[in-house]
Write a new protein. Structure first.
Length: 564
């Protein structure tokens, strides 16, 4: 069960702390005091979308924490162990912090966990029936979900199987559609592919070719400058008829002169050897320059051919890729696409076989699930009529209508709840016949029935009694208390009949301090309970009559409790 709840800086709540008990916990208070804010905090703790606007003005973060005292189901233990959460044999502690900077934190037993895990764990802990669920009941699409909650475990496993088959079928149908679209334009696309492949293959591109051509072109386009520069270098080194004294001759003279004075100073020996080496090096440079110059062959045809080749490569680059490597990769992709287009019929044939197999599997599962649903629907019809009689709808008739729809993740069943609330009345959809009070009782009837199947031990109601009063309110209260004998019920209520049956009663109110409005909560004593129920009966003013009526309601509540 849900034990302690702490809420800090949430909407108009600065700090709220309360301890729930087993059985029926009732929260009452004036309109606008913040009763539904507590439900909102619990919904956010258990995974609803975090909104920074719920953080109290002037605060940086809102914080919600709840402790659960529960004998953990084996499946829940397994989920927590796989997530690396340390288990406490007596308690489960969940918390969530919502920060203005968006860095929200979720914890289980003090360990940081993803929000997804909190949501998964919450399914085992609590069922929150907010006011919006009344509207869900009016939507026919919601009815199959309610019915499926009552299915036995083996059928629920089949629901998972049929959902998996559905999505496999969906993938195959999407792939078939894609291939059929390709097939319809295959001839045109193949022509384009063949043209592009022919153009790329005719170009006969080779990796590294572009760089090689650019290097050759650079040389040939500057060959005259190269030749002139080399010739001048040779002339400077070895000389000709226009050069009185070549570098080689001058260096030879220097080397010869130094060799003559070596005997006078040992340090000159090193300089003489360096001069000799320089002479031979310059001589070698001269030989190599001469060889290079002799090999220079200016071929205008080659230059023209290289330029033409570069034009071809650049044309390919503009069309198929920035580099030759990208062009060749594009070519490989074209070849793969051509192979795929040429094998469409084979692929479609293979997909057809898979589709037929999955369809047969889907239809088989759908047949089994539909049979189980119809059996459960008969039981639900009988149980709903019993429940509605206990809730002052003695002439009500309830029926589950089945139709076959297209393929969906839940099977081909389309389920619709029909009801007649008056004797001899025609069965109609809930949205067309039920009043607000009747919808509340119908939902309570569902919750009462589902409670026997549900794995959660805590049910939270936000004004389940909307639209009811008088003797009907008494019967609704009795049914709510009946549910609480098997599991914990927490209910926000404005009905004194329901409040009178509380095992633990909380009063929620607002106070203004320093021009700041705050929500506060008190657990009521027996005397305070009587006064609060009297207020609920007569409004803000407690009268002797309302106090007497409140006392009678509490006395009557004890009789109801004893009879359940």
């Amino acid at each position: 069960m849900l034990g302690d709840l702490q809420v800090k800086n949430f909407a108009i709540i600065e700090h709220l702390s309360l301890s729930f008990s087993e059985g029926l916990n009732i929260l009452t208070g004036e309109t606008g005091a913040g009763k539904s804010i507590i439900i909102g905090a619990l919904e956010m703790l258990f995974g609803s979308r975090a909104r920074t606007d719920i953080i109290k003005n002037g605060k940086e973060a809102a914080y919600i924490e709840a402790s659960y005292f529960i004998d953990l189901p084996a499946k829940l233990k397994d989920i927590l162990k796989k997530a690396g959460v340390e288990l406490d044999p007596e308690m489960l502690l969940l918390s969530r912090e919502i920060r203005r900077n968006g860095r929200n934190r979720c914890r289980i037993n003090g360990q940081l966990v993803p929000l997804k895990l909190i949501k998964e764990v919450a399914e085992f802990l609590v069922d929150i029936h907010g006011q919006h669920e009344h509207q869900n009941l009016l939507q026919n699409s919601y009815h199959i979900e309610l019915l499926d909650e009552l299915l036995p475990g083996e059928t629920k496993d089949k629901l998972l199987e049929i959902e998996d088959v559905y999505y496999q079928l969906k993938e195959i149908l999407e792939e078939k559609e894609r291939l059929n679209q390709q097939a319809s334009e295959r001839a045109r696309r193949l022509d384009i592919i063949e043209y592009q492949l022919d153009e790329i293959e005719t170009a006969n591109l080779k990796a590294g070719e572009l760089e090689e051509i650019e290097s050759k072109l650079k040389r040939l386009e500057n060959i005259e400058d190269i030749s002139a520069t080399i010739y001048k270098a040779i002339d400077s080194i070895s000389g000709d008829q226009h050069n009185q004294k070549a570098l080689l001759d001058q260096l030879g003279t220097i080397s010869s002169n130094l060799s003559k004075i070596v005997e006078f100073d040992d340090d000159i020996k090193e300089l003489s050897e360096l001069a000799d080496q320089s002479f031979y090096s310059l001589q070698e440079l001269n030989f190599q320059l001469q060889d290079y110059h002799d090999q220079i062959d200016y071929n205008k045809n080659e230059l023209s051919e290289l330029r033409e080749r570069l034009d071809i490569i650049n044309t390919m680059r503009r069309k198929y890729g920035e580099t030759i490597s990208e062009i060749l990769s594009y070519k490989n992709n074209l070849i793969e696409e051509r192979e795929e287009l040429e094998s469409i019929e084979d692929k479609l044939s293979s997909l057809e076989i898979k589709e037929n197999k999955l369809k047969a599997e889907y239809e088989s599962l759908d047949k089994e699930i539909s049979k189980a649903r119809k059996q459960q629907a008969q039981w639900l019809e009988n149980e709903m009529i019993k429940e509605l009689k206990d809730l002052a709808m003695k002439d009500a008739r309830f029926e589950v209508e089945f139709q076959k729809a297209g393929i969906t993740p839940k099977g081909r069943d389309k389920v619709k709840f029909l009801i007649s609330t008056n004797l001899g009345g025609e069965l109609k959809e809930l949205s067309k016949i039920a009043s607000g009070g009747e919808i509340s009782r119908i939902m309570l009837a569902f919750k009462s029935i589902i409670a026997g199947y549900d794995k959660v031990r805590t049910i939270i109601f936000d004004e389940i009694e909307t639209g009811v009063g008088g003797e009907t309110a008494r019967q609704v209260a009795a049914r709510l208390y009946s549910i609480s004998t098997d599991r914990q019920v927490i209910s926000i209520s404005h009905l004194p009949q329901i409040a009178s049956l509380a095992d633990r009663h909380f009063y929620i109110y607002k106070e203004t301090e320093d021009q700041i409005t705050k929500t506060k909560i008190d657990r009521l004593s027996e005397i305070e309970r009587e006064e609060e129920i009297a207020r609920m009966i007569s409004g803000d003013k407690k009268t002797e009559t309302s106090l007497k009526h409140a006392s009678e309601l509490i006395e009557d509540a004890e009789s109801i409790k004893a009879s359940i």
